[in-house]
Design a protein around this ligand. Sequence first.
Ligand code: SF4
Length: 194
Amino acid sequence: MPKIRIEFDKATCIGNKACLAMDFKRWKDVGDKVDLIGGKEVQKDIFILEGDYSEDEVETIVEGAKVCPVNAIGVRNLGTGGELFQRKITTENMKEVKAKYDDRKEFVLDPAGYFLIKTNPKSKEIEVAFCREPNIVSLKVTGETPIEIYQTIINKEKLKIRNDHYAYLGRELEKAYIALKKGVKYIQDDELEF
Ligand code: SF4
């Protein structure tokens, strides 16, 4: 059984409870944060828990750490000394690039089709149509949030489009969502005006 150390930085925790949903045996809901059950505070807001766990438990512990959006949880195998999930973000081997894009020169039309996106201020919904042929709608998806719409289009309807087209869809959905929330006009491909 591997001996594992779990390290938890409670100050960083934003309390979204994703770790708890993944691993309810290690985490306890304490309102706007979680507690590491059985964890010892070794310095202010840093809690450590060590123990021998089965391979399945270790997998669950690591999954619980991975879903934390703010890297508040680290997991180390004390037998090998190896990090199973590193809490600190390292940048030593990072390539850094300044983003550049010229839409007039670099835009590529997706042969799979195109999206028509609009908002419905009355129902507070976003409507997305996909055309495989000019002006012939083959799919229409309506929803309230970007995530439910793109998950439906990509993972449930399994629409196959270019990767940059997926990114475009996400950007337009977020704009449409903000437009509905702020009560401003949404026009596909135009910037929002506040
Ligand atoms: S997933 Fe991270 S931020 Fe969310 S409750 Fe757990 S430790 Fe806190």
